[in-house]
Every structure is written in structure tokens, then in C-alpha cells.
Write a protein that binds this ligand. Structure first.
Ligand code: EPZ
Length: 417
């Protein structure tokens, strides 16, 4: 039987917690292994389900992933199969990032359309247009894309929509292309900068990552090096919000506070005490929680991946808050579960909710619809009176390493059953 969490709410958290490596940085580093002749080493990898899934796909294509020790992997990306396994691909949407390096190395890639999911439609037009701009031919047949180009050619490409994995995929494809690629309207997330820094360390020539305009001068070959995964800003931000929601004082270690400037501003506006240090942040309760208007936005705006936990926090603020989710059209429906726990949330349209607080939340049986909503519900369970059973925790395990053990250490009453 699938496991679930039981959580007894109402306990304050205390002490220190360490942030793991960023899943969404490590996944892209795994994909980059395909660009190399020799194996690359990746450190500070979170031990989460999505990492297992991407490893399975790399291995199904003929590569090899060796788990050296906790958080450390060696990856032989010398895959021979240009077809991304249609059974495995839908299990992890980030598998789309593999298409760039496979195309660059094998001259062709075949993959299934990833399809929509619970958080939204999630189209892939910017990937396809990007490949086409680099000179690839695209054929679509039933649910599959066949992309081919004997040698990709550098070009100017403007993203119609800012896309994190889109930027990473086209950047990975362009690294070994002939000539110069200029990507405009690129995403600026720290995971992209980190990937570019790693590739540059290996001999690539990428300028401007972390800004909307990225310039890539193609190189012949990359030299295998070690990638150290940056701290997970979403996990760090979630811990800060959990502390604020439970009125607790905690210290969050091994993180980069600069990646969450907007969150610190928002928490301070709410009345939460935030002390920033070089690689850690201390969170302490203020007098009362004030409401807030939050608009999710591409980096450095408020991350959509923190929308769920901050929505839960705002159920505890005195007054009306508005959340405007601008990135995904399906990412607010999970708040119906919060209402079932006693929150007062009105949905204006699929992109906007109004939260009236403070609300006394009550524990109950709930299900986690996606990875980040799972953490929003877990936050609610930690505040709620009584016991909550949180099901479908595979979603939480996709991105948060043994979360229950780590939260237990800072005083949460949470068990995996
Ligand atoms: C990345 O997804 C993350 N995933 C997501 O985290 C995160 O929520 C998202 O960025 C936004 O920050 C990974 O890094 C693996 P997008 P991504 O392409 O790249 C539209 C997690 O599991 N769009 O930046 O898939 C799209 O519909 C996940 O950790 C197009 O229109 O997101 C959306 O509205 C949950 N056409 C917007 O762009 C395209 O071709 C941003 O999506 C591609 C995207």
C-alpha cells in the first residue's frame, strides 16, 4: 500500500535545518552529461524520486548512472538511443531537457509530447521553435516529435514565453553547435546560471546566463568536470514559510539567501522577523501576521513554486490577501483542500484567489495533487488542530529528501506510515 504522512499539528518548530541541493539544478546537470565523452560527477544531489526517474531515462538510452555515495553520482552520458522512452518520459516532465543534448550528440531525437498535468497545459512550443531556429527539421506523428539536424547551427532565437526548461534545453543544444547562438527573452533563474557556469568550467563559451540575453559560442568538445549542485531555493523558502506559519524560530543552513530576496521582503512586510547571513537565514515570529498581495513571476519575482506554502501562511494573517498565479492556470485548485481544513479562500478565476484570515485550520484526510501543493498542505497540517493524513506523498518525495525525518528533528510531529 502506498505510504502516507500522519501529522499532528500545533507544535512549534525549533532548531536548525539544512537545505539540500536543488532538484531543478541537479536534473539539468544530469541531462548535460550527454554532451560529454567522459563521465561527469555531480555532488550535493538531493536523494529524491525525480533524480531516480531521470537516471532511469538516461540508462534506458544506453548511458550509466552510478550512485557513488549519499548525494554523489557519476554519470556516463554516452547514450546510443535517440528515442526517449515513452513509458518513462511522462513520469518526469523535466525529461524534456534531455532532448537538447541528445539532439546535439546524436543528430536526432524522438520523444513523446509531455502533455498537460494538474498544474496546467504545459506546452512545448518554445522548445520546438528553438530547435527549428538552430536548423533542425521537425516531424510530428501522432503523439511524437522527431527532431533531426546533422549539425546544429548557431542562430538568434527569441523565446515567445519565458521558460526555465526551454532556456536550459536550447542552451544545452547550442553549446556544441556550429557558430554563435543568441537567446533573447531567456529565463533568469539561478539554476540556469549554475548550469552555464558548470558548462563554462568544462570549456563551453556561454555569456549572459542569469540575464534575458544569453550568448553561446559553440565549441567542439567539453572536458568532463565535477558539478556541485546549488542549494534548493524552493526548499529553503518553504522552510522559512513553515517557520512563519507555525510562529517558530528556526535557522536554515546551507542555503543562498540571495536567491530569495523577494521572499524576505514579503515575509518582513507580513511582520515576520528575518535575519539574513551569508549562507543561512534565521526566522522568528513577529507580533501578528499581516496580509499580503502576491503575484507569482519569473525570477527574480515571486516563484510559483512557493505559491502553495505562502497561500497556507496567508490563511493565518489578519485580513484579506490576494494571490495572483501568473505562470500556471491549474495551480490554485489545490486550495479547495485548504478550505476543507477550515480556510476561507474564494477563487475569482483560475489565476486568482482571495484569502480571508486568520482561520483556524483543522486536521483531516487530504491528498497532495502536485509536488509544491503537497508542501502547502503539509504546512497546513503543521498549523492545524488535530491529526492530518496526507496521501499521495510520492509528489512530496519527488522533490524533498526524507522530509519527515528532517522536520522531526526540528520538532514537527510527522510520521511516514
Ligand atoms: C520549471 O518548469 C520548473 N521545473 C518548475 O518546477 C517551475 O514551476 C517552473 O519552471 C516555473 O518556475 C523544472 O525546472 C524541472 P516553464 P518549466 O517552461 O520549465 C509556458 C517542479 O517539479 N510555456 O518556465 O516546465 C508554460 O505553460 C516544477 O519542480 C509555454 O507557453 O516551466 C508556463 O505558463 C513544478 N511554452 C510558463 O511558460 C513552452 O514551450 C513557464 O513554464 C514552455 C512553457
Amino acid at each position: 500500500m502506498a505510504s502516507f504522512f500522519t501529522i499532528k499539528g500545533g507544535k512549534k518548530l525549533k532548531g536548525e535545518i539544512e537545505v539540500r541541493g536543488a532538484k531543478n539544478a541537479a536534473l539539468k546537470a544530469f541531462a548535460s552529461a550527454i554532451l560529454f565523452d567522459k563521465p561527469i560527477t555531480i555532488k550535493n544531489v538531493p536523494e529524491v524520486e525525480d533524480i531516480k526517474r531521470i537516471s532511469e531515462i538516461i540508462e534506458s538510452g544506453g548511458g550509466k548512472v552510478e550512485h557513488i555515495r549519499h548525494g554523489e553520482y557519476k554519470i556516463w552520458g554516452s547514450i546510443t538511443n535517440h528515442i526517449i522512452d515513452p513509458e518513462l518520459a511522462p513520469r518526469i516532465r523535466a525529461s524534456i531537457v534531455l532532448t537538447g543534448p541528445i539532439l546535439a550528440r546524436l543528430g536526432k531525437v524522438r520523444f513523446p509530447h509531455p502533455g498537460g498535468c494538474v498544474i496546467g497545459k504545459r506546452p512545448i512550443d518554445v522548445f520546438i521553435d528553438g530547435f527549428r531556429a538552430l536548423g533542425a527539421k521537425i516531424k510530428t506523428e501522432k503523439n511524437f516529435y522527431d527532431v533531426s539536424a546533422r549539425k546544429l547551427k548557431g542562430a538568434k532565437y527569441v523565446f515567445k514565453n519565458v521558460s526555465v526548461t526551454g532556456t536550459e534545453t536550447i542552451m544545452l543544444a547550442a553549446v556544441l553547435a556550429q557558430g554563435k547562438t543568441v537567446l533573447k527573452n531567456s529565463a533568469c533563474e539561478p539554476e540556469i546560471t549554475s548550469l552555464a557556469n558548470f558548462l563554462n568550467k568544462c570549456g563551453a563559451n556561454i555569456k549572459g546566463a542569469g540575464t534575458p540575453e544569453i550568448e553561446i559560442e559553440g565549441v567542439e568538445k567539453l572536458k568532463a568536470e565535477t558539478y556541485v549542485t546549488i542549494p534548493d531555493r524552493i526548499e529553503a523558502g518553504t522552510f522559512a514559510i513553515l517557520a512563519a506559519a507555525t510562529g517558530s524560530k528556526i535557522k536554515i543552513n546551507k542555503m543562498n539567501p540571495d536567491h530569495l530576496d523577494i521572499l524576505w521582503t514579503m515575509l518582513e512586510d507580513m511582520g515576520v522577523k528575518v535575519k539574513l547571513n551569508k549562507e543561512c537565514v534565521e526566522i522568528a515570529p513577529g507580533k501578528k501576521l499581516k496580509p499580503l498581495d502576491v503575484k507569482t513571476h519569473e525570477y527574480p519575482g515571486f516563484p510559483t513554486d512557493l505559491q502553495a506554502p505562502i497561500s497556507t501562511l496567508l490563511t493565518q494573517a489578519e485580513g484579506q490577501s490576494i494571490i495572483h498565479e501568473t505562470i500556471y492556470e491549474g495551480r490554485l485548485f489545490w486550495t479547495e483542500e485548504l478550505n476543507r481544513m477550515g480556510a476561507h479562500i474564494a477563487m475569482c478565476d483560475p489565476h486568482r484567489i482571495v484569502i480571508s484570515g486568520p482561520s483556524k485550520l483543522r486536521g483531516r484526510e487530504i491528498e497532495s495533487p502536485d509536488i509544491r501543493a503537497g508542501m502547502g498542505l503539509l504546512a497546513a497540517a503543521l498549523i492545524a488542530k488535530g491529526k492530518t493524513v496526507l496521501r499521495n506523498i510520492y509528489q512530496v518525495d519527488r522533490g524533498y529528501e526524507r522530509i519527515e525525518e528532517r522536520l522531526q528533528k526540528i520538532g514537527a510531529d510527522i510520521k511516514r506510515k
